[in-house]
Design a protein around this ligand. Structure first.
Ligand code: PLP
Length: 290
């Protein structure tokens, strides 16, 4: 399938040499890295002749919306186990409209995903297990393709990380092509050092990996007035939307590192826009205040 994900140069205040790989433009619902991750999962589903995707996520998961949209287009059924008590929000509404079945699951039961799958769908040989966020070898393979699409050299590639699967794919792509490019990863969770171990499950050579663990702004889906101010100024100046959970933290980190003269002179920096723009809807009250 043909996709549209150009590399564009952006300019924000003193940042003038940053390029962005616009995976956010691939699709509004199967967005960014979630499209990359699902690509080979869906191929595996077709290969195994399954017709029912079963997956997992929080109530604001971009992965759930992506899986819901992708399932309809591929002519498949989809079910999601949602962590926590029943809620109604924009993301889950989209999932429902795409025909996904939602099963709200208490936090204790949610911990054992395989058990949940077995107890509900153990007898359904059409059911296909997709881990939270789509994390899998297939996902890593899909994300590695981002590197093969690049037509010029970059000294630094930056991405945001939740599970690290996307970063693992990028690193695999860099290693396979033997590029001198260094991969810089911004964990959006507190205590992001665990991402290195996650990445090394998929890619053993981590010599080009650099983690920046101080840009979580309090933790997953947490923000500060400073981050939201940055996000607002960035969008208004570049015309490119970013989201408060992942990509705002990514671009803040690049901006902050540039301010601190972290980059060598004339370096070419590429940021991966992983999409997730529906995350803006989950923070609309806060964003209206800034
Ligand atoms: C899910 C998501 C990520 C995190 O990807 P991982 O592979 O889990 O590290 C990053 N950015 C956006 C916009 C996402 O939706």
């Amino acid at each position: 399938m043909q996709i549209y994900s150009p590399v564009q140069q952006i300019s924000f205040q003193s940042l003038t040499s940053v390029y962005v790989k616009r995976d956010d433009l691939i699709d509004p619902y199967i967005s960014g890295n979630k499209w990359r991750k699902l690509k080979y999962i869906l191929q595996d589903v077709a290969l195994k002749g399954k017709n029912h995707l079963v997956t997992f996520g929080g109530a604001y998961s971009n992965h759930l919306v992506a899986t819901a949209a992708a399932s309809v287009r591929a002519g498949l059924k989809a079910t999601a186990f949602i962590r926590g008590e029943q809620v109604e929000n924009e993301m889950l509404l989209l999932c429902k409209l795409f025909g996904m079945q939602l099963i709200f699951t208490d936090r204790e039961s949610y911990k054992d995903k395989q058990q949940l799958f077995n107890s509900h769908f153990g007898n359904d040989n059409q059911a296909y297990f997709i881990d939270e966020g789509g994390a899998s070898e297939e996902a890593v393979k899909g994300c590695a393709e981002i590197i093969t699409e690049l037509t010029s050299h970059f000294d630094y590639i930056f991405c945001a990380a939740g599970t690290g699967t996307t970063a693992a794919g990028l690193l695999k792509g860099i290693n396979e092509k033997q590029l001198a490019t260094q991969l810089h990863v911004i964990p959006v969770l507190k205590g992001g050092d665990f991402i290195a171990a996650e990445i090394s499950k998929y890619e053993s050579d981590v010599s080009k990996l650099h983690l920046h663990t101080d840009y979580h702004f309090g933790g997953y889906a947490k923000t500060t007035p400073e981050l939201l101010q940055f996000m607002k100024a960035f969008i208004a100046e570049t015309g490119m939307l970013i989201d408060p959970v992942y990509t705002a933290k990514l671009f803040y980190a690049i901006y902050d590192l540039a301010q601190k003269n972290y980059f060598k002179k004339d370096a070419k920096i590429l940021a991966l826009h992983t999409g997730g723009l529906l995350g803006i809807l989950g923070m609309k009250e806060k964003l209206f205040q800034v």
